[in-house]
Design a protein. Structure first.
Length: 83
């Protein structure tokens, strides 16, 4: 199981964290990974200046936006699952 947390603290919220959550939900569904990826919201992952910040298992990833989401999903989710 891959655990993904998306920061929804004030700074990340203003930078579009809810769009990131919705994009993650869509990508998880499109790839039929509901039983392999757990998506959750988190309050402040400590990288406010560099947000939107997500945490994939124990790795923090900063600067996430809707333009680089597919690349991040492929690199950190699909590759980890060998898909």
């Amino acid at each position: 199981m891959i655990n993904v947390s998306v920061c929804i603290g004030s700074s990340c919220h203003l930078k579009g964290s809810y769009d990131i959550i919705n994009t993650f939900k869509a990508l998880i569904s499109e790839n039929h990974l509901e039983d392999k990826v757990e998506l959750a919201a988190a309050f402040c992952l400590g990288k406010c200046i560099d947000g939107v910040t997500i945490k994939v298992n124990n790795e923090l990833i900063t600067g996430v936006n809707t333009q680089n989401m597919h690349e991040i999903f492929e690199k950190h989710i699909l590759a980890s699952l060998n898909i």
